[in-house]
Write a new protein. Structure first.
Length: 122
């Protein structure tokens, strides 16, 4: 191999690395978008499930008639479970604050906005 062959091989490798770097950057952006969408959907799903169980949960008694559970019966349990759900999302690395709701937090990152939301629910 002479100098020109080595330089050409080096240039090709350099271009391939640049393309690979661009591909990795695109995949990173796509992955972050999917994670944020997944987080938003998980939160929305849990909210909808709670709303469903709160509003449409029916109990069937022995006579076969059904009665609808009133939302006011479990108002303290709902606030506790709501705070617990938000705390769970926050512990899993998801923002629960208004500016960044549903987006991924960096590992070991603390967010004073999220802490304010969680402290305000006590």
């Amino acid at each position: 191999m002479d100098y020109q062959d080595i330089k050409q091989l080096f240039d090709q490798s350099s271009e391939q690395l640049i393309q690979l770097n661009e591909t990795v950057a695109q995949l990173t952006v796509a992955l972050n978008d999917l994670m944020e969408e997944n987080n938003r959907l998980r939160i929305r799903n849990q909210d909808l499930m709670a709303l469903f169980s709160q509003n449409y949960h029916t109990n069937t008694n022995e006579s076969g008639t059904s009665t609808q559970q009133l939302p006011a019966e479990n108002s303290t349990d709902d606030s506790i479970s709501g705070k617990a759900r938000l705390q769970t999302f926050y512990d899993e690395g998801i923002h629960v604050c208004h500016p960044y709701f549903g987006s991924q937090r960096y590992p070991d990152e603390e967010c004073m906005f999220c802490q304010g939301v969680l402290d305000g629910l006590e």
